[in-house]
Design a protein around this ligand. Structure first.
Ligand code: NAD
Length: 311
């Protein structure tokens, strides 16, 4: 039996885990949030979709309680908690030598960080356009549709890549194997590195942000730096395509009514994923000698706001 653990079961982990369990897979949800774990084990996960609300029975465990080994571990903590989660699962012997560890988190550099803990050949990268929300502990909100693209982080396609893709498709997650997942990861990270910090700092929805006539002058310098850093790392990103992708999010019918997730995290008093977006661009820029002052300023401004949120 193909065994799957969701390492970090917030909103997205909940979606992926529940859909895979509904497809008949043996899924364990793993998380540190006590109220959430207790609630799921006691009453099942409450799942609200556009058409129905139901309770779904599924195993939920703290990392320390994990006793099984897994074929697939999907990492969906927030980026800053991911290494601790994998280390705990490693200590619990949940990871065997052929376990595929797949990250679907937003942001850059997860493969490099994970490679300090497990061999690169076990690391898989995915990027998703699905969304999910949590209304409270054990209460999942699943709306809309999405896609997943995945690839082994070293670019090799193996039997596990095909298996994971099949599992996702059986779980109706619209998955495909990519031949260059880094393009999609960097493209999504660019959108997140522009709209997340700007809408958070300005306290605006995406559409409110777009109403200012000079948004181009605000977003282009940030994107230019990202394109230059990517190029120095051997990845060609198309500047115009990225601008168009960001502007496509502006209309109310697209993502215009939403505050980006960074805004939601900050206003709930939680830390953000800024170090894995603009912060990672700054780090990569320093390595290759490319200045990234716009990304660096956005990173510092979000860190300032995080301090305020914590105090
Ligand atoms: P999330 O905030 O729902 O959950 C992340 C972690 O925070 C989980 O461990 C969860 O248990 C914990 N948590 C959540 N609410 C909490 C609370 N009130 N008290 C204590 N702990 C709490 O995060 P997510 O949205 O599932 O994101 C996981 C990863 O997936 C991130 O990298 C994110 O950028 C990415 N992602 C999310 C979405 C989405 O729509 N949610 C879409 C694409 C990618």
């Amino acid at each position: 039996m193909y065994k799957i653990a969701i390492a970090g079961t917030g909103a997205m982990g909940g979606r992926v885990g529940i859909q895979m369990a509904q497809a008949g897979y043996d899924v364990t949800l793993v998380d540190e949030w006590a109220e959430h774990i207790e609630c799921i084990n006691k009453e099942g996960m409450s799942v609200q979709t556009e058409t129905s609300t139901y309770q779904y029975d599924i195993k939920a465990r703290y990392p320390e309680q994990v006793t099984d080994t897994y074929d697939l571990i999907i990492v969906l903590t927030k980026a800053m908690d991911s290494e601790t989660m994998i280390k705990k699962l490693n200590i619990a012997h949940a990871i065997k030598e052929d376990t595929a560890i797949l990250t679907m988190m937003n942001g850059l550099g997860h493969d490099e960080r994970f490679a300090n803990i497990v061999p690169k050949s076990q690391i898989f990268l995915a990027v998703t356009m699905w969304t999910a929300g949590l209304k409270g502990p054990g209460q999942l909100l699943l709306e809309g549709t999405g896609t997943i693209e995945l690839q082994r982080s070293d670019g090799h396609e193996d039997q596990r890549t095909i298996e994971i893709n099949n599992v996702f498709n059986e779980a109706k997650l619209n998955s495909k194997i990519s031949d260059d997942v880094f393009q999609s990861i960097w493209s999504k990270a660019t959108l997140n590195s522009v709209l997340n910090p700007l809408c958070t700092i300005l306290d605006k929805t995406i559409n409110q942000f777009s109403q200012y006539p000079n948004t181009r002058q605000m977003i282009e310098p940030v994107i230019e730096e990202i394109v230059a850093v990517a190029k120095a790392r051997g990845l060609e990103l198309d500047f115009e395509t990225l601008v168009n992708k960001i502007e496509a999010a502006y209309p109310i019918e697209a993502q215009g009514l939403h505050y980006p997730s960074m805004h939601q995290d900050l206003y709930k008093g939680r830390l953000t994923e800024i170090d894995y977006l603009n912060g990672q661009i700054v780090k990569y820029g320093k390595k290759v000698g490319i200045p990234t002052p716009n990304n660096e300023m956005l990173m510092h401004m979000i860190h300032q706001l995080e301090l305020k949120a914590e105090s």
